[in-house]
Design a protein. Structure first.
Ligand SMILES: [Zn+2]
Length: 293
């Protein structure tokens, strides 16, 4: 090894060490139903008349959170596209300082890539859980799920993703979405910063803030919550007992092919895992990767 190479390696090490000591690493999971300005079916699925417009709106709410995170002390931001195909965000539309995780073929879906190395998690564009009487496009995972319970507590996407963040010891510091999504998240993380970008009148109609105002609030909220974030101890339960009620009998019937999955009612299955990432992976397989037809 030459002296120059040794000096270079030493310099790289010092630089790498410096970055980790000074800047935070922030994880942003971005869904679409709770994005400012999104209100209709034709906006949330690829091929819908206004889909291309809503993916730009999604990128702008994400960018507001990214800007705020960097202002609040982030040195690194990773964005995970968490809606449907998970290929909604165009990399060219995102703040170039962030990295983007794309495509839905993931073990951990909405929290793919999250691990102990992060300092804070932000949920952008989230929605109410399945079977909520109010909340724009309320659902959990996909339309086939009626309810998911972990150790007896009903969890929407925000709840499940929070259990994953707790497993890794990373605090969830902010959520944006409609008022129902923000309220439901407070059952999991009482002190969380919530940015309500629209008020759900029912499951379809909303009273929305202007996207410009919503982004201003998202940026300010991300800045403050990232600056105030502190790593927390990993919260790992002895067991994760999952009960999933579906809206059909087909998925539970197929699921019984796996010995550890018990059919407890014609529409309901139960299983237990000793790690949340393992439990999350199975939940995702059940609602997403079994064709019920
Ligand atoms: Zn969702």
């Amino acid at each position: 090894m030459t002296k120059t190479l040794v000096a270079f390696l030493l310099a790289s090490f010092v630089l790498a060490f410096d970055v980790s000591a000074q800047g935070k690493k922030v994880y942003i999971s971005v869904d679409m139903e709770g994005i400012s300005g999104v209100v209709g079916d034709d906006q949330t699925s690829a091929g819908g008349a206004e889909y291309n417009r809503s993916r730009k709106l999604m990128a702008e709410d994400a960018n507001a959170a990214i800007r705020g995170a960097f202002e609040g002390g982030a040195a690194e931001v990773v964005v995970n596209d968490s809606h449907g195909s998970q290929r909604n965000l165009l990399p060219e539309d995102l703040d170039p300082r962030a990295r983007l995780i794309s495509h839905s073929f993931k073990r951990h879906g909405m929290v793919e890539g999250l691990d102990e190395s992060f300092d804070a998690v932000i949920f952008v564009g989230y929605h109410a859980k399945a079977d909520s009487p109010r909340g724009l496009f309320a659902h959990t995972g996909s339309g086939v799920v009626k309810d998911v319970q972990v150790n007896g507590k009903s969890a929407g996407e925000g709840g499940l993703n929070t259990l994953m963040a707790q497993w890794y010891g990373v605090p969830v510091v902010m959520i944006t979405g409609d008022d129902v999504a923000v309220e439901q998240q407070k059952e999991w993380t009482p002190g969380i910063r919530g940015v309500v970008v629209k008020r759900a009148i029912n499951m379809r109609a909303v009273e929305g803030k202007s996207p410009a105002e919503a982004r201003r609030e998202i940026q300010a909220g991300a800045k403050e919550s990232v600056a105030a974030s502190r790593k927390v101890a990993r919260e790992r339960l002895a067991a994760y007992k999952v009960r999933m009620q579906l809206r059909n009998f087909t998925i539970p019937e197929v699921a019984t092919a796996f010995r550890e999955i018990q059919l407890v009612a014609p529409d309901t299955v139960e299983f237990t895992r000793d790690s949340m990432p393992d439990a999350y992976r199975i939940i995702r397989v059940l609602y997403r990767f079994i064709n019920p037809d």
